[in-house]
Design a protein around this ligand. Sequence first.
Ligand code: CP
Length: 326
Amino acid sequence: MAATGQDPATSAVWTRKHLIGLQDLTAGEITAILDQTAEFKRMGEAGETRIGALAGTVVANLFFEPSTRTRASFSLAAKRLSADTVDFSSSGSSLSKGETFLDTARNIEAMGVSQVVVRHSSSGTPQLLTRHLKASVVNAGDGMHEHPTQALLDIFTIRENRGSLEGLTVTLVGDILHSRVARSNIWGLTKLGARVIVCGPSTLIPPHIEKLGVEVSHSLDEVLAETDCINLLRIQFERQRSAYFPSIEEYAHFFGMNGDRIRKAKKDVLILAPGPINRGVELTPDVADGPHSVILDQVTNGVLVRMAVLYLIQQRRQELNGGTNQ
Ligand code: CP
């Protein structure tokens, strides 16, 4: 317990320069982001959609892997906070002329960038950048490691529907083995008091994952009735090096969310998916577009979560820089 009487693990205070993953964060730091997100949501609903907090700063989006949601969401979040933005993608860049990843990042930073948002297929890339840049680094998904803002927007969407994570059962279904979204969700959800079940074919569940504080199931039908929120993870064919199940049809039969399973689930079950969704694989169109689905709410909340992250990091930078907004 700190001298203020506040427990640093649970007090909602943000003091970090980077966001690499939820594994590093306390419940209080996660709550600080969620509370700031809620504040931006209130402001947006009151018509205050443009905020000057990042005026005069530059946010660079460095995407070395494809993205629709995360990239657009960070770009919009930065603009809503009045930052200038630089959008870099590896295709069509000087990487094809032999420039290294670090030289690319350093050159973009030299344009006066305060925060670098990075997505890369190699786990550990954001951490590496923190050692080479003065700018803050925000992880937008690194390999199979973490995707912290995706988990934060998942958790925020659950919290706004249910009030609290404490005591809820959240089931993560599908390709847990290759999923950075699963890892970030596991860290965040368990820290906030949720019970987490990971569910999928045994080939797609990492061994010893129970050590992270989760339960394992290989039958979606067995856990449906006790689940409050189901997060349907995409089968990551691009990261799979062998066949992990006999066919897509068989996967959908055993682990896909469909109308029959919705009828067997809790009446108020929430259906989440990080996207992109494969209709007919992880879930059927009637579920994706049905009344239990909060998939598009997740995307809407994603902009607000990313605003909160960029804002809190910039506040911290200002403190460290003696009040200068750089
Ligand atoms: N959920 C997610 O990361 O989507 P994108 O790959 O489109 O950014």
